[in-house]
Design a protein around this ligand. Sequence first.
Ligand SMILES: NC(=O)c1ccc[n+]([C@@H]2O[C@H](COP(=O)([O-])OP(=O)(O)OC[C@H]3O[C@@H](n4cnc5c(N)ncnc54)[C@H](OP(=O)(O)O)[C@@H]3O)[C@@H](O)[C@H]2O)c1
Length: 259
Amino acid sequence: MGDGAAGGAGVGSGSGDREWSLDELASAYAYPEAGPGGREPWLRANMVSTLDGAAQHEGLSLPISSATDRRIFGTLRGLADVVLVGAETVRQEGYRPARAREGFATLREAAGHGPAPAIAVVSASLDLDFSLPLFTSPLVPTLLLTGAAAAPDRVATVEKAGVQVVIAGDGMGVDPARAVRALAGLGHTRLLTEGGPRLLGQLMAAGVLDELCLTISPMLTAGDAQRIAGGPSVAVPKRFELVSLLEEAGFLFSRYRRT
Ligand SMILES: NC(=O)c1ccc[n+]([C@@H]2O[C@H](COP(=O)([O-])OP(=O)(O)OC[C@H]3O[C@@H](n4cnc5c(N)ncnc54)[C@H](OP(=O)(O)O)[C@@H]3O)[C@@H](O)[C@H]2O)c1
């Protein structure tokens, strides 16, 4: 494991040749403390990209990830109240319910949180397989975020499957800022999004993304894979600052937050 190296930022450093402990990772990735007025929602994204900007290989992020990347993925889930994810990522990656991680049990219990984060799927079509474990047997009930104009028969199917539908938009789609408010209204203030790129682009454009945890994978894939964020470009580039940088086996684990 290499040293973290990024002058100026509050950088965590590598820990010699041993694995980072869960405590070390949990402290490196802690959400901001609650302010005097209570905890404000904080939305972080966790994404992986190759050196040439691909966010997937053959439709999946696994081939460009690593064991430590997946450990950090687990850490970020362990710290979050809810994981916001686009329906296409759920379909393509075969999302399963978040599991309870032993290393986070005490921390979560002390904070009054459930054993695992809820997964909140964003969909306009509601074209998902509601017989999958993500919907039938999660530890914490999965949420479905959609717009008020979503097809009523589909909404009825979702509700019949026992999944809570959260309306967070006036039309077919979800409004990013409203989604954050709706989740906060349900008590979820430590928000994590795992993309995919189409959802993340909207969260960025709407200005609701507070932090980006970006893994830079030492791989090149060429091709026409999506970048980590898609959709129309923003009018003015949004500036983020580096908070920490860790390195292991050539993978860089960066953490940026908005300035
Ligand atoms: N590198 C990484 O870290 C990473 C992370 C995640 C995913 N990925 C990769 O990204 C790919 C999938 O990403 P993607 O960008 O194509 O799709 P996505 O963002 O995961 O999902 C897009 C879908 O989400 C729903 N959606 C998005 N915005 C919405 C809105 N405002 N209102 C309502 N519904 C909305 C729609 O679902 P409906 O069609 O159901 O209406 C839309 O088709 C996969 O290949 C996956 O492996 C990579």
